[in-house]
Design a protein around this ligand. Sequence first.
Ligand SMILES: Nc1ncnc2c1ncn2[C@@H]1O[C@H](COP(=O)(O)OP(=O)(O)OP(=O)(O)O)[C@@H](O)[C@H]1O
Ligand SMILES: [Mg+2]
Length: 1002
Amino acid sequence: MSARVSSPVLVGRQRERDHLRRVLDRAAGGEMVLVTVGGDPGIGKTRLVQDMAGTAAGLGFRVLTGGCLDVGEGTLPFGPVAEALRPLGTEADEQWRSQVLGGSPALATLFPGLGLVPDAHGATGEGQVIEMVRGILDRLAARQPVLLVIEDAHWADASTRHVLLYLVRNLRAPVCLVVTYRLEELQERYPLRLLLSELHRSSRCERIILDPLTRSELGELLGTILGHPAAGATTSEIMDRAEGNPFYAEELLAARDSATGLPGELRGLLLARVERLSRDARPVLGAVAAGTRLPHDLLAAVTAYDEERLSECLLAAVQHHVLVADADGASYGFRHALVREAVYDDMLPGERPRMHARLATILADRVQGVAAAPSAADLGQLAFHWYRARDWPRALLASVRAGLAAEAAAAPSSAERHYERALELWDDAPEAAAASPLDRGALLRRAAETAHLSGDYARGMALIGEALADVDADAEPLRASSLLEFLGYCRIAGPDSEGAARAYAAAVDAAHVEPVSPELARALTGMSLVQSGQGHYQDAIATAEEGRRAAVQVSAPATQARALTVLGWSLCNLGRVAEGLAHLEHAQLLASAEQDIPTLLWTRGQLAAGLLASGRAAAAIDAAAGVLDLARSLGAEAAYGPYSATPGIEAMILLGEWAAAQQLIGQLLDLEPPGGAAAFPRLASGLLRLWQGEAAAARADLTQALRDSEQSMVPEVVSVAHARLARAAAAEQRFDEARELVWAGLRLCAGSDGAAHLIRLAAAGVHAEAGRAQAAAARHRGKEVASAAATASELISRARSAARAGIGELAVTSAEMATAEADWARLRPGESDEVARWRDAIGRWDALCFPYPAAHARWRLSRALLSRSGSSAEASQELRSALAATDALGANALTRQIRELGARARVDLEPAPGNEPPGARKPATPATPAGLTARERQVLELLAEGLTNRRIATSLFITEKTVSVHVTHILEKLQVTNRSQAGAIARSHGKAPAQGEVNPGR
Ligand SMILES: Nc1ncnc2c1ncn2[C@@H]1O[C@H](COP(=O)(O)OP(=O)(O)OP(=O)(O)O)[C@@H](O)[C@H]1O
Ligand SMILES: [Mg+2]
């Protein structure tokens, strides 16, 4: 077992830290304050108090700490207090020591190490010691505030309890006294109860009870210990078992690689509480440990205790904080899962299966005794207890039944576990296997399907592989085809589209036997799905048509719905949106009539995406609403929810509903979806962050999305991820990276006939190249400007031909194309009309009601107008309107750019004075050379950067002549003779410390 490692940082606890900080401030102000900190063992009392001690030391407190020990009453009188004061006895300064410690005869009791002898009258009385402690603290606190920490008061002996009470009543100095204790000991130890009730009665007392850490805090804790974000099954299991207790989490993490269940130290701690209970209680605890949570009557049946005896045992166990009754008092469970584990592990080897067999027998009688169908939970319990009782035949049959019931109850992951259990027992219980309602092939298939539904795609594929190995394809071609078709489906989600294509091709092959079968219809439809995923929409349409015909022929409406979905989505991608949406709506009707929820979910998602692509974002949000509930009804929220819900989120982002979008993204990611599914909300999050002006955060999301789907680089993901990443890179002026991303995206989407993918990438590319050209021009890098123009030229012509071929009714893509044309015009000043292009783009984004891209285009339009004419009423109006939009959205980076442009072009961006809230106006830029006008300061700044008058003129949208007039004034006002002296003054001014700032060098 590796050693336990603690987190280097304190996780969470902000509220408590703030509270303690206020307490310290009060003490420093001269008050005596008392704080009690209670909580479970290991919950973090000591850690919190250590943190407080650090803060106190920083505030100039003298920190004294002592802990009570579990050593039995009277062994170490005044132990913790003596420990706390001991460092004072070894202070080097003799005079200080004698002044603070004084000359009490009781000193020897507290400081045995000092070589003092008890006074001649014999042992000192308790009262003397206590008074002496008060005196010492008083004198010490007269010099500096004191923090006195007494830990683990549940073990405090009588003398310590007396000192504490005495101090609270009699100290009048700046002392903060902190007392920690274990909450669960309150019941156990009368003296502790008495002490606390006395302490809490004091008006100086503040109480803190530490709650368990939240799941995300515990995740953070594990992450800081591991040095990387905690993820994966092990950590999620630790979070489940530790139930918010950091000590348990640390122990479990340290022991995660060892084979034994609980680390020894932890087990001892956990069992200590149990050992206080009577022997009578043991069977009761054993039963609850085996059953996890048991109703009272079942406990009575299994222990065969009479009512009185059972109640006594339960009452004691509850009072000792070992068991808890649920809210209605009907059943009992362990207060902490780890205690249950420890008790279970502690049972004798033979005792455990006997207990399970008894429970199973009683449960089986009950299940049989009721007329109604048994619940999935009861059947699950039964299967579990038979298995733990090692009764394989009964366990196998019970598992199959439990699996079927769990499936019916929308609990696929639980169903999968039951099926897998039945498969595990198959060979050990042949007679039961022969009697099973599902044969091995059916069991494998159902296990695979339920694994898939719960998002365990890899397991689903492995199970299907096993099922295929059992089938003779020549003898049973349709059965083989059906399995291959499902394998293809699993691989799509995997995601592995090449593998999926192979599986579907084999499925179609196998099903090409006369007559036409439902299997053929499904296989064809599956194949069309892969083609559409790969962006080969024409092919997908042809195959889906074939699949649909077959489905109609054999009356398979669910398959027909799937074929229609592929058909509809592919048509949308080719710009034939109205036609496509009609198919998708038809598919939706069929799927919902068939109650085929997986298909319905998928169709809904595509419908929302199609609506969005055609510019009907609000309708897209409506179409996607409720998909999560639908997915939940299937028990497949994590696996199926994200894909179908994301188009609605994208629509929200585009419409400017950012808070709602953010919340949904968080909700989806909290489901911890499998990678392929998580990619979609991450892509949406990337867009949102990019527009919020957080390019680095956007990059992290988008990169993760690509990683999530790396085995299946389908155009739908690739084009979005690469285009957004390229825009994020451009926003950070990483133009080479942006260019790389665009080309890589285009290569990956090469085979696709969907115009939207290509245009999305090309538009991002042209945008980045325009940015590159602008930055390069400012640094006089002609070659780079030319290279930007050449790349952009190639990209825009590709986009144009894609648009001609198939933009159709894709309104969003049209707006993207218009924006790309405007960006392209930026690269060709004088040759094309940039202003007109931006006006066109604005018109399109406005028509769609997409505020962010519209505001962005307005900002660009204003720039173009201003560099053409220097000042423009249209530009001012557009800038103000853009600013209003970005302010409302919280699009910080764009807001900054708009304000910057406004300042340079001297456009008044503030609302009319009447509308302005008091104090809203930003203060003027501080720290500029005195006597210069605002405009002169702008000129001076640029001049200091080494810009020529011509460059200053273009960037401030004024004539070169005006610049030279400004420069003359600046030189006069600064009383210098040339530009470089002026520049030097400006630079030194920029670096000069602000007024009032302390220069540490002096
Ligand atoms: N908020 C926290 N952040 C990081 N680590 C924590 C936090 N709280 C507790 N820990 C860690 O968990 C372990 C147990 O915490 P701590 O010793 O403070 O518990 P305790 O409540 O004092 O327990 P006991 O009752 O046994 O004294 C320690 O290793 C501690 O560092
Ligand atoms: Mg502690």
